[in-house]
Design a protein around this ligand. Sequence first.
Ligand code: HPA
Length: 276
Amino acid sequence: MTTTNTNANSIREAADYIRSKTDIVPEIGLILGSGLGILANLIEDAVSIPYEDIPHFPVSTVEGHEGELLLGTIQGRPVVMMKGRFHMYEGYGPEVTAFPVRVMKNLGVSGLLVTNAAGGVNTSFKPGDLMLLTDHLNLTGKSPLIGPNDASLGVRFPDMSEAYSRRLRAAASEAASEHDFTFREGVYAGLLGPSYETPAEIRMLRALGADAVGMSTVSETIVARHAGIEVLGISCITNMAAGILDQPLSHEEVMETAEMVKEKFLSLVLSIIPKM
Ligand code: HPA
């Protein structure tokens, strides 16, 4: 387990370090899921800061994830991008996985785009589909907000009735229509992992109203909402969830599908950012 400190002082120290490296004051935060780090290529005049250089930042351990923070502009909008994110299955507490979101808030971010790779639970989905998150099920059994509440970071009992911003979803749909593309929409179930689910668990998730399943995003979204940040969530359906097809799941399949859709994803994000 990490000893990373997530209090207001740590947040300020991390943000102060980042401010010492760039004049960019980001309005939009981007957190990229497995295989989607290609979005980093969109940033103009990017300043790259390795996670290991940032005070109190955890360091990513999983294959296929990188560890750097990028600041620059996309379509003229100042952004901060996490290339590589932190997962609870790496042994981090939920407040650690979401620490960078608090740092983003301190830097000036008011809108967050979170992307992830996810298994399709809704049987009408296909690998390669992109799903706007309308809501989530936090099935990690944990919250990043456990412990004393620092009122300077947000309220004790934050509202989650619009975890994923209706306004940003409408903006994303409008951007997609300019590309003759239609997003799927649905509920993301966030689990701990790292094993993929059993077929029985997938049947359970479907009964609970999940359309997609993954191992990230929920703690970051909870902290973003606590901080008053608007969230747009997009899942790349990289595979059908366990038991739907008569074949085992693998990280390779997840990475291959993410690779296949990355160009589409890239062009969509380019159109979405100016509308955020
Ligand atoms: N389950 C959980 N997480 C995932 C999956 C899945 O099927 N695919 C990509 N991430």
